[in-house]
Design a binder for this molecule. Structure first.
Ligand code: SF4
Ligand code: SF4
Length: 68
């Protein structure tokens, strides 16, 4: 199973990764605030991830790492 990790304190909540995910499993974590006051992105249903790395490719701030 692929593993997607987020360096959440670098995230600005821009949602580019949310839009890019073909499985629609990247979400903005409304329950979390990072150190800069943004709600960061995250994956809640990791078992559905296909490891395509579209999310990481789209992130302008290099927040996301995808391991296959
Ligand atoms: S690697 Fe692909 S399927 Fe997995 S969370 Fe990122 S965009 Fe979605
Ligand atoms: S694209 Fe990057 S900065 Fe934008 S919400 Fe996703 S992880 Fe955060």
């Amino acid at each position: 199973m692929a593993k997607v990790t987020f360096d959440i304190d670098r995230c600005k909540g821009c949602k580019h990764c949310v839009v890019a995910c073909p499985k629609k499993i990247v979400v903005i974590r409304e329950d979390v605030l990072n150190k800069n006051g943004y709600h960061p992105a995250g994956v809640l249903e990791m078992e559905k991830c296909i490891g395509c790395a579209s999310c990481a490719t789209m992130c302008p701030d290099c927040v996301i790492t995808v391991e296959r």
